[in-house]
Design a protein around this ligand. Structure first.
Ligand code: AP5
Ligand code: MG
Length: 248
């Protein structure tokens, strides 16, 4: 079997990581329902200043406001079904126009190959590009436990968990003091539909990014802090100088 020289591996790793060092960071977060996309987006937003763009949060706000998009999407979301690509792409393009040149973390988008192609067009129009794609991997049994115990604060999208991340006061948001809710799609039946959609429709989208060399796998089954550390390590690797580093 041929072996790849260590220098070559280091070179490839540095080349891939150097993509991450460019600022502002433009990150795609992928992973099954409950893998921790929203949880990790919180610190990427509060500490790195990246705009958190979650299509799920946008749709839930639209439902809370009773807007036409929200009214049309409410039943499908509760049942765990996907919203049509045209609707999602229109919402996302509008958000991108609002955020301009800022760094961002995309959570829950793109979810179909059509959406991924639509994103390519939007980014090209904005003269922007993705700096990395993070795939948070978690096994199915862990996902269902996370989903069933989750409580959220709808206006901000903040997520809690009755066991893994309880709020200071049960059912109350730590920051605003407002009530937390149980998402209507956080039940076993909708979860199965969401997970099946993820495996059938969204996973092929990850393959779309394989060839870009920007895709990084993260073990999302660890504690939230450890997942965060792994992401931070990836970013630090992206900042290593080209010379003078003997190991990674
Ligand atoms: P969306 O809101 O995006 O839901 P999702 O992708 O199913 O993901 P979740 O929000 O459920 O999980 P998450 O990964 O954010 O996990 P979280 O951090 O909260 O979409 C909802 C619906 O909207 C879709 O089903 C669809 O109908 C529609 N939709 C949205 N986008 C669409 C699109 N692009 N196209 C078409 N339709 C679209 O964590 C989960 C729980 O676990 C929390 O309680 C958290 O505290 C806990 N937790 C997190 N990390 C850890 C950890 N490391 N250890 C222990 N507990 C943890
Ligand atoms: Mg989420």
């Amino acid at each position: 079997m041929d072996t790849v020289p260590t220098d070559e591996i280091l070179h490839q790793l540095k080349r891939r990581c150097s993509i991450l060092s460019g600022k502002p960071k433009r990150i795609l977060l992928f992973g099954a329902p409950g893998c921790g996309k929203g949880t990790q987006s919180e610190w990427l937003n509060s500490e790195l200043g990246l705009v958190h763009l979650s299509t799920g949060d946008i749709l839930r706000s639209a439902i809370a406001q009773g807007s036409p998009v929200g009214v049309a999407a409410e039943k499908a979301i509760a049942e765990g079904k996907l919203i049509p690509d045209e609707v999602i792409l229109t919402l996302v393009r509008k958000k991108f126009e609002e955020i301009g040149d800022a760094g961002f973390v995309l959570d829950g988008f793109p979810r179909t190959l059509n959406q991924a192609k639509g994103l390519d067009v939007i980014l090209k129009d904005m003269r922007s590009e993705i700096s990395c794609v993070l795939h948070l991997r978690v096994d199915d049994d862990t996902l269902i436990k996370r989903i069933c115990g989750r409580r959220i604060h709808v206006p901000s999208g903040r997520a809690y968990h009755v066991d893994f991340k309880p709020p200071k006061v049960p059912d109350i948001d730590d920051i605003t003091g407002e009530r937390l809710v149980h998402r209507p799609d956080d039940n076993e039946e909708s979860f199965v539909t969401r997970l099946n959609n993820y495996k059938k429709i969204t996973q092929p989208v990850i393959d779309h990014y394989l060839s870009t060399g920007l895709l990084f796998q993260i073990d999302g089954s660890q504690s939230p802090d450890q997942v965060r550390k792994d992401i931070e390590l990836l970013f630090q690797l992206g900042n290593v100088p080209e010379k003078g580093r003997s190991s990674v």
